[in-house]
Design a protein around this ligand. Structure first.
Ligand code: ASP
Length: 428
């Protein structure tokens, strides 16, 4: 990671360096992310079907589901409240000079990145209130698998798992065995893909660094960025306290075990791409049983984004402090809490999705439409580094909740880590 950052800065300052990184380095990062995405869907399918069919008791699914959703909503609310408290106390947006605002406006207001977010947000906005619910139920499982529609795949896997429990054991056995075997194979793929991680992380970091070109604007946004980072750090502390209090495990042990997933979240800015590694770490290195991790983690990657909602709270208030101070009422802040919670559920687990949903949060408090492009322009320059940080929190939050749910169901055991070469001697 460090070498990638240094290399990126060097390439930024030499002639043709950026082109070199784009053409010859970045593709290795893309290959790595493609591989992770490739295995995410089969992994969810196999581990969830296998896990549910292992439960042997359908009522456990209900208690697991309820606990998961309640804890997810609880941690997200804590995240938004932390974000709003920080931004209202430190007020990073007050005192920004008109000159700086003009500069940022000029540079980013019509930037393709900003207009792209606005277009995506209006597409989301046009959907009816129950569309999110309808979207969970696939009409064609192959389309759902092909388009990696996480919630649809989770629904299908749960459905298959429950039906496997409801049919006689001898009829269920072949399919259970098949998914068990598929699960083992995909887990092995995670081990193999991770051998390539250091090179890929180098490539991803170098590629991120060459995109930074205006350090002056970055420095002007430092106060805002620091508020987000401080909030995210507090969230991690909150998770560690939860882990210590409810599972008795040491926070340092947890951080040590989950760090490869955090590192990937940071480099890829995508909880979805990180999911296979999060699952591998949580199951094999932390000791959460498959039936819990197979459900809690994929659901979390899609609907639980504490880092994203914390960021949305801070970003919305920051933008108001700069260009719409009259909107800073207590009621609006309450509306932000509600919409940021829903927005984090609705945000896709891909880079920069949080910024799209931020538009919806802003619209919900009556933010003037003509100011929206300027609002997004204000925070655009630092969005990528903040996205990297909030994705780390999103992934850590999912892992924490999976531990809490597992502990409450007596499904947290001594981990049995597997290595890529456990069976290698036999086939060498
Ligand atoms: N990149 C984040 C994730 O994948 C979502 C976001 O906040 O933009 O978790």
């Amino acid at each position: 990671m460090v070498l990638g950052v240094i290399f990126g800065f060097i390439m930024n300052s030499v002639d043709g360096g950026k082109g070199f990184v784009t053409d010859w380095i970045a593709p290795f990062g893309t290959i790595f992310i493609n591989l992770l995405k490739l295995i995410a869907v089969p992994l969810i399918l196999a581990s969830l079907i296998k896990g549910i069919s292992d439960l042997k008791d359908i009522s456990k699914i209900k208690s697991m589901g309820l606990r998961t959703i309640l804890i997810y909503v609880g941690t997200t609310l804590v995240a938004i409240v932390i974000g709003l408290s920080i931004v209202n106390t430190l007020k990073p947006g007050t005192g920004m000079s008109q000159d700086t605002i003009e500069k940022i406006k000029l540079k980013y207001e019509n930037d393709a990145g900003v207009t792209d977010k606005l277009t995506k947000a209006s597409a989301q906005h046009d959907a009816g209130p129950l569309q999110a619910l309808v979207d969970i139920f696939p009409s064609n499982i192959f389309t759902a698998l092909g388009e990696a529609q996480m919630l649809q795949v989770i629904f299908f896997a749960l459905f298959v798992g429950i039906c496997l429990l409801l049919i006689p054991e001898k009829d269920a056995k072949p399919l259970v065995k098949f998914f068990n075997s598929l699960n083992e194979v995909v887990m092995k793929m995670v081990d193999l893909i991770m051998l390539f991680a250091p090179y890929a992380v180098f490539a991803l970091m170098a590629n991120v660094i060459i995109a930074f070109d205006d350090t002056e604007i970055l420095l002007k946004l430092l106060n805002y960025a620091l508020c987000v980072v401080a909030g995210l750090a507090l969230m991690i502390v909150f998770y560690l306290i939860l882990i210590k209090s409810f599972t008795g495990k040491s926070p340092l042990w947890f951080l040590n075990k989950i760090s490869p997933a955090q590192l990937l979240a940071f480099s890829t800015s995508s909880s979805a791409a990180t999911l296979p590694v999060t699952m591998e770490r949580v199951e094999e290195h932390i000791g959460v049983d498959k039936e819990v991790s197979g459900f809690v983690l994929p659901v979390g990657a899609t609907v639980n984004m504490d880092g994203t909602s914390l960021y949305q709270g801070i970003a919305a208030v920051f933008i108001m402090q700069v260009i719409w101070p009259e909107g800073l009422t207590f009621t609006n802040q309450l509306v932000i809490i509600a919409t940021a919670l829903l927005a984090s559920i609705g945000s896709a687990a891909v880079p920069s999705a949080g910024m799209v949903m931020l538009v919806i949060v802003l619209e919900s408090i009556g933010f003037p439409a003509e100011l929206l492009p300027i609002g997004l322009a204000l925070i655009f320059a630092v969005d990528r580094p903040l996205d990297m940080c909030r994705t780390v929190v999103n992934v850590t939050g999912d892992a924490t909740v999976s531990m809490l749910v597992a502990k409450s169901l007596d499904k947290l055991h001594e981990p049995k880590p597997k290595n890529w070469d456990d069976n290698y001697d036999k086939v060498k």
